[in-house]
Design a protein around this ligand. Sequence first.
Ligand code: ADE
Length: 440
Amino acid sequence: MLKEVEKRGMRLGKYELGRTLGEGNFGKVKFARNIESGQGFAVKILEKNRIFELKISDQIKREIRTLKLLKHPNVVRLHEVLASKTKIYMVLEYVNGGELFDRIASKGRLPEVEGRKLFQQLIDGVSYCHDKGVFHRDLKPENVLIDAKGDIKISDFGLSALPQHFRDDGLLHTTCGSPNYVAPEVLANRGYHGATSDLWSCGVILYVILTGHLPFDDRNLAVLYQKIFKGDVQMPKWLSKGARNLIKRILDPNPNTRITVAEIKSDEWFKQDYIPTIPDDEDENFHIDNDAFSIHGVTPEVEKDPGQPALINAFQLIGMSSCLDLSGFFEKEEASERKIRFTSNYSPKELCKKIEDVVTGMGFRVQNKNGKLKVMQEHTGQIRPGNLSVAAEVFEISASLYVVELRKSYGDPSLYRQLCARLSNDLGVSRSQEFLTSQV
Ligand code: ADE
């Protein structure tokens, strides 16, 4: 199958695509200009194949419908959704001040007054979305953008239908992506509420803003998880008492006793110079608009018919992805694709047995060397080491939580992806499943 590649200058309906702004979660983000008004936008490009493969079409449909209803100055606005045969294009508000992450990386920590202002805006945006029943679940400074006025705009709100571990690379996890911002109850896969775990991430962000460092960090993943589970955070003495107290209350590893949004908003340190942001939909009657998820069909590259684009139902569009062509997902193999991790509640012994069962069922052969599994591809009874070689290792995080790490030594990327998908599906704990269950 031919891969559609978005080129600079390519037309997308009334937009002209420009430079790549980022390779963010689950796809590229490109700059786009509305050729009628000259206004700039950011276009997030989703591969329908991936959505199709994950069987999350209706979840995506629901979430995009909700996203179109979020109108808050501190949340990146979704203007419209366009689609081609293989892709979904989310036309977003363009935010031109970069990521909060870059600002802290270049300037170091922010002064308390400046940091508090940003944190107040973060909480305003987050609590607005929570009030509408939308949770982020992947809040980190990279998802917090800064506009020309220096105000915060949260991106990727409500895109939780794309499980964390399928983002970035279409593989199973933010491969070796840092769990530094993730709440302990989320890491433990023990069922959680989107609101409290988003607040935990806000607490981590506040700590990063005010200190320039991560509150939980360690090169050893198991040690890092343990620090997060204990809420074991070092508070610099020079930080004001008010800031320290608030951070401590947010980074409470017990989600049942963790501070709530209402309590944050009445905290003395938080309240200083606080001017709540007024949502843009304050005067509107907030209602579910059944047409909100109408996707405009476009022909990328050249808009053949400049007239009104056909309105197609999103479900039909996603369904139009005719085949599942895993081989076309990546033009080049990223180094990060070599290593993936997922959490599991199976014991190491069960995991080894199950990995062996799954991989032998897929035609691979397994060698167990001191608890490290080596997976090799077998071809008509012969092992052909040139094809695929993967190492699997299990780390204990807590009594009932383990991390499985898969590492490819060499071999076919698409085969490796299939293997990873299969193992994570069968052995990992699906966060999207949990989300659905917790919503019922
Ligand atoms: N990168 C990701 N999303 C963006 C946006 N909305 N504006 C600018 N850059 C972005």
